[in-house]
Every structure is written in structure tokens, then in C-alpha cells.
Design a binder for this molecule. Structure first.
Ligand SMILES: Cc1cc2nc3c(=O)[nH]c(=O)nc-3n(C[C@H](O)[C@H](O)[C@H](O)COP(=O)(O)OP(=O)(O)OC[C@H]3O[C@@H](n4cnc5c(N)ncnc54)[C@H](O)[C@@H]3O)c2cc1C
Ligand code: FES
Length: 268
């Protein structure tokens, strides 16, 4: 659906990271974890393209207050800078929810969520849905430094056990989040499933870990997008069978952004 939305709040929660809450139609709260929206940050043609952002949280209408949704975003360029300049009651045009979303999977597997920076954004709605089903959930959150670990207390409030890692050692274990994950997997003898969103290098490492241990692993990709609805082919990624002779491309906006990691071709 496409709708005119009003900003309810928009605040910097950590250096360069912002959290925005917007009004939404009632039906929007049925959005699935992992789905995203395309945001038009200004009414004119600059910037021309909408920007894709994950849905972090949703809430129902209550009394006179409308339904709402939230996004976490990092200011990296023009579109996100313009979004951060918007204030309460400013309007933005939203297209969504879009894309596939995560498959919540079997209840007997421990769900291991792995995220870095704004990659934590789609994992929060996922953790909420899993916690509601009383699925066992752990979060492995990583970043360069403490400021990249966003909203950890809100994951904990859902009953999620959080394992944090920073490359500079300023919070949690020093090192990569994948090291903390492997340590847990080595000590764990139950069935597990991985869910991840974050930088390409982290996702590639997770795809390798999952393949080596025959674990299901869903990854949410954050490549560039232009239309968000499958028309421009600007967002494609290579599928497992892709080669120069037999092209196998997947559109992030329609077939994704969530994929089983074994469906994709990962470079070295
Ligand atoms: C499905 C999906 C969900 C996303 N969810 C979130 C989210 O929840 N929070 C969030 O902060 N971001 C998210 N992103 C990334 C976000 O869309 C981009 O950061 C944003 O579009 C940048 O817009 P801009 O105008 O500020 O930057 P631009 O001016 O367009 O670019 C600024 C710089 O950032 C780089 N860049 C832009 N987009 C990306 C990208 N997708 N990947 C890597 N580098 C990029 C550019 O190459 C350039 O160097 C998501 C992307 C996708 C596809
Ligand atoms: S962004 Fe246009 S096809 Fe995906």
C-alpha cells in the first residue's frame, strides 16, 4: 500500500543512528518481520528515488492515537540526512510493507539472530514475533564500537539473551560477532536456525558457517534499490546457479530481501 504518513518522533539514539516513529494505516501492523518500506523523504524530485528501510517495530491504534511503525536508520547520505531533518508532524510518503520477510521456522530450533549496526533493525520485529511464540531466541549483536549496538535493552525486554561483541572491545566481547556465534554453536548440541542482517562480509561468513554445520540460515540483504516493486531490476543479486552461461538473478525487493543463504551465490 502507499500512504501519507506523519512523523510522531524522530531522534538520534546513538551518533549517526536515528529512530523514527510514523503513523500508519491500521492494516500496516500486519507487516511481517523482515519486510521493508520505500520512503519518499521529500515531496519534490530531489532526491528522485525512495529509500528502502526495514520495519523495526509496529504498534496498533489506541483510542484517538493512530497505528504506528518505527524504523532505525543510519545517516549515510542525502536521503537519510533529509529524513533526519524532519520533525514531529512533518509528512513523508510511504510504500509498503514490501518484500518477503523471514520464515519463523520450527519451534523446536533455537533461533540465533545475528546483526550488526542497522542490521539489527529487521531483527527486532522478528524477535518480537518469536518471543510471542515462546520460541527460544538469542541475539548476537556486533559492531565496530559500542555506539553501533542499538536498542539491546529492548531485545532483552523481550526475553532475548543478548551476546554483544565490538571490534574495539568497548562493549561485550572484543572481536567479531561471528566469533561469539561460533563459540556458542560449538558448545550447543541442540538444533539451531540462523537469521541475520548486516554488512556483506558478516553475511558471507555466516553463510559459510551455516553451510559447514548444515544449519538453516536466512539472511536479509540491504543492497541498493530504485523502484522497490520488481520493475527496474536495479536490485538483483546472483542466485546459487548463476553463471555467465545461465544467469540466475534474484530481485531483492520481490524475491527478497530475505533469502535462505544456500539459495545465493557468495563471492570469496
Ligand atoms: C531492504 C533494505 C532494508 C534496509 N534497511 C535499512 C535500515 O533499516 N536502516 C538503515 O539505516 N538502512 C537500511 N537500508 C540501507 C538504506 O536503504 C541506505 O542506507 C539508504 O538508501 C541510503 O540513502 P542515502 O540517500 O542516505 O545515501 P546515498 O546518498 O544514496 O548514498 C550514500 C553512501 O551510502 C552508500 N549506500 C547507499 N545505500 C547503500 C546500501 N544499501 N548498501 C551499502 N551502501 C549504501 C552509497 O554507495 C554512498 O556511498 C536498507 C536497504 C535495503 C535494500
Ligand atoms: S528495486 Fe526495482 S526491481 Fe528491485
Amino acid at each position: 500500500m502507499q500512504f501519507a504518513s506523519e512523523i510522531l518522533s524522530n531522534a538520534e539514539i546513538s551518533p549517526a543512528y536515528w529512530r523514527v516513529r510514523l503513523t500508519a494505516p491500521r492494516e500496516f501492523i500486519g507487516a511481517r518481520p523482515g519486510q521493508f518500506v520505500m520512503v519518499r523523504v521529500a515531496p519534490g524530485i530531489d532526491p528522485l528515488l525512495r529509500r528502502p528501510l526495514a520495519i523495526f517495530d509496529v504498534g496498533p491504534a489506541a483510542g484517538d492515537a493512530p497505528a504506528w511503525f518505527e524504523m532505525l536508520y543510519k545517516v549515510v547520505g542525502k536521503g537519510t540526512a533529509m529524513l533526519s531533518a524532519l520533525r514531529e508532524s512533518d509528512g513523508v510518503d510511504i510504500l509498503g510493507p514490501l518484500g518477503t520477510g523471514f520464515d519463523l521456522g520450527d519451534d523446536d530450533r533455537e533461533k540465533l539472530l545475528v546483526g550488526g549496526g542497522v542490521g539489527l533493525a529487521p531483527l527486532h520485529l522478528l524477535a518480537t514475533a518469536l518471543a510471542r511464540r515462546k520460541s527460544p531466541v538469542r541475539l548476537f549483536a556486533g559492531g565496530r564500537t559500542r555506539g553501533d549496538l542499538l536498542c539491546i535493552d529492548e531485545f532483552e525486554a523481550l526475553g532475548v539473551e543478548c551476546h554483544c561483541a565490538t571490534e574495539d572491545g568497548s562493549f561485550g566481547a572484543r572481536g567479531l560477532v561471528t566469533t561469539a556465534l561460533v563459540r556458542h554453536l560449538d558448545a550447543f548440541d541442540g538444533k539451531a536456525a540462523l537469521y541475520a542482517c548486516g554488512p556483506d562480509g558478516m553475511l558471507r561468513a555466516l553463510a559459510r558457517i551455516a553451510a559447514g554445520r548444515a544449519l538453516p540460515c536466512q539472511v536479509s540483504l540491504e543492497g541498493r534499490m530504485a523502484c522497490g516493486v520488481g520493475a527496474c531490476l536495479g536490485c538483483v543479486t546472483a542466485g546459487r546457479e548463476h553463471s555467465a552461461q545461465t544467469p540466475d538473478y534474484r530481485r531483492l525487493c520481490v524475491e527478497g530481501p530475505v533469502f535462505e543463504s544456500s539459495e545465493l551465490k557468495w563471492g570469496d
